[in-house]
Design a protein around this ligand. Structure first.
Ligand SMILES: CC[C@@H](C(=O)O)C(=O)SCCNC(=O)CCNC(=O)[C@H](O)C(C)(C)COP(=O)(O)OP(=O)(O)OC[C@H]1O[C@@H](n2cnc3c(N)ncnc32)[C@H](O)[C@@H]1OP(=O)(O)O
Ligand SMILES: [Co+2]
Length: 144
């Protein structure tokens, strides 16, 4: 069902601080920096190039009482989740439910660039897994 890695999310204390390394040292230009109030985060997408290229998603919690800020306090900066693209998120949700996979959503949620569900880490061998159906106009891949 998933057909590609859409993004790898890294949780950071401060987006601008993290960009000093990812943009200025690694040369990864952010294509989008946006607030996502529904998730209480601010994110930056860093394309890796190519029409189907994956991205790094830097993610900064914007409130002190979210699960993200708790994660940051408990585990510090680092890998947060892996996002895989699917063609049909409703079919993916139905299949996860049929297979009794621990899904954190009863309906797909509005993600930054499409509709997504999250699978609980206990179902995926320890990785918070996001499945996303991208909005057609969501991603402009930069040619490197
Ligand atoms: C920006 C939009 C969107 C996009 O378009 O890309 C996003 O990426 S939004 C990203 C932020 N949103 C989410 O992460 C939503 C899904 N996450 C959750 O619902 C929660 O974070 C959680 C996974 C259910 C954890 O909730 P919490 O209340 O913090 O529970 P615990 O702290 O008790 O954790 C339970 C259990 O799970 C382990 N855990 C927690 N987070 C992770 C993680 N990121 N990766 C792996 N494991 C994780 C945690 O260690 C606990 O395990 P045990 O200690 O063994 O019980
Ligand atoms: Co994500």
């Amino acid at each position: 069902m998933p057909r590609r890695i859409d993004h790898v999310a890294i949780i950071v204390r401060n987006l601008e601080q993290a960009l000093i390394f990812y943009r200025d040292t690694l040369g990864l230009e952010p294509r989008a920096i946006q607030d996502v109030p529904s998730e209480q985060v601010r994110i930056a997408f860093l394309p890796m190039g190519g029409p189907q290229g994956s991205e790094i998603e830097l993610i900064e919690p914007t409130t002190p009482d979210s699960s993200l800020s708790r994660f940051l306090e408990k585990r510090g900066e680092g890998m947060h989740h892996l996002c895989l693209e699917v063609d049909d998120i409703d079919a993916a949700l139905q299949e996860m439910n049929e297979r009794e996979v621990a899904v954190l959503d009863t309906q797909p949620r509005l993600a930054a660039e499409g509709r997504a569900i999250f699978l609980h880490p206990k179902a995926t061998h320890g990785v918070l897994l996001e499945l996303i159906e991208k909005r057609p106009q969501a991603t402009r891949r930069v040619e490197r």
